[in-house]
Design a protein around this ligand. Sequence first.
Ligand code: F6R
Length: 240
Amino acid sequence: MKIICCNNYAEMSCVGAGMVADVIKNKPDCVLGLATGSTPEGLYAELISMCDKGELDFSAVTTVNLDEYYPISPENEQSYRYFMNTKLFDHVNIDKANTYVPDGSAADAAAEAARYEAFVRGLGGADIQILGIGRNGHIAFNEPAEALHPATHVTALTADTIDANARFFASADEVPTKALTMGMGTILSAKKIIILANGKGKREAVKAMLAGTVSTSCPASFLNLHADVTLICDRDAYEG
Ligand code: F6R
């Protein structure tokens, strides 16, 4: 794994955006694998700024997101679809019809997971996948467990995650209890992967990912199996 240790969040976001921009410039009809969460927000803001300046063209780009709550309506402000619209898609010249997020409103979650997996595989995987990392080493909704799933699947949210996310919803009862998430194999099918991490809260997870072993107790450690992964982080997340 390559490591780029930046001075701060702004620099991390610029470096990440630069790598995504290079992929778009080299292949205008590329497939971008996208993540939600607070970590990539600065990267998305940089991409918007490049697009505003006419340096970047999203008109032929396709995007696939890692995950979505289930059940949830795409109009719900807590949905990952809503996040992507407001943090990126509404501000660049992308055709929204080419932006894909697992459908949290599908009647049959397992069928939706299978459909999404086939769809992403049919695209040939992402040309570049952007990832964040959970404090416990999760990537997408692949939480530490005895076994991990290779393909897109339905997963139950842990009680901790439901508690942590309750603040965003009107009440804890409204927090979805499940999620649709790409599996480890879906993520690893990307041609290039960048994983972003900032802040002291991510230090232990980054350390476990870089420990040199692959373990289901740290799903991000599976990225060591991929030939083209770059960790882009700040000093707080990297230095002990
Ligand atoms: C988001 C996702 C999650 C986050 C992770 C870090 O689509 O799949 O795995 O990347 O939970 O979240 P933040 O960036 O909010 O610290």
